[in-house]
Design a binder for this molecule. Structure first.
Ligand SMILES: [Fe+2]
Ligand SMILES: [Fe+2]
Length: 196
């Protein structure tokens, strides 16, 4: 059976120089990881959930640093659009932090996870409709590529799956709490965008 492989940031075979394509792929990865967490049990669930937490953390941080500021400046009505997205992200982050402190075997874990999933899905759809469409319509390729740089720097902080030989499962777990990862991601994005 041939493996279906999701391109990783920094993967030479996948230039990922369109910020919208990159973020849409992350939305797909997030959806798949929710599926994985739901389907898994025991340690496998724990491990899949760690990957989901990391991807959500870096994805939302990248959007806060790269996408929302751009939409605010360049899309008509951008202020309101971004305010609504930030409110959604704030509430998702609260649920995520609460879940992150919970044992994945806790009977309350699954209902909370499903609630988070619903919120995250709705948020992603709103981004696609009110932000991504407008970014793609009004942005030249060079700008899309420079925005993609920031998103790739964020994604490199949380590879969707472990890179063999580069990162052990233990190193993945040792990344620490969500808030700390978001801080480190923010720094990496700003550096990549030449804003530090
Ligand atoms: Fe977002
Ligand atoms: Fe998003």
């Amino acid at each position: 059976m041939s493996e279906i492989r999701t391109p990783q940031a920094g993967d030479d075979a996948a230039p990922d120089d369109d910020v919208v394509a990159l973020l849409m792929r992350q939305h797909g990865d997030i959806r798949n990881l929710f599926d994985e967490v739901e389907a898994a049990e025991g340690d496998a669930r724990k491990e899949a959930f760690r990957r989901l937490v990391r991807l959500l953390a870096v994805h939302e941080t990248a959007e806060e640093e790269v996408v929302h500021p751009y939409v605010r400046r360049n899309v008509t009505g951008g202020e309101e659009v971004v305010a609504a997205r930030l409110a959604e992200e704030r509430s998702a982050k609260e649920t995520l932090s609460a879940l992150d402190e919970m044992d994945t075997a806790d009977p309350k874990f699954m209902p909370q996870l499903l609630a988070l999933r619903a919120d995250v899905q709705e948020h992603a759809r709103a981004e696609e409709r009110y932000e991504f469409v407008h970014i793609r319509r009004g942005t030249d390729a060079a700008t899309l590529a420079s925005l993609a740089k920031g998103v790739k720097a964020a994604e490199a902080m949380a590879p969707t799956r472990p890179h063999p030989g580069v990162e052990s499962a233990a190193a993945n777990v040792a990344l620490g709490p969500v808030a700390a990862l978001m801080d480190r991601t923010r720094d990496a994005v700003r550096k990549a965008m030449g804003r530090d």
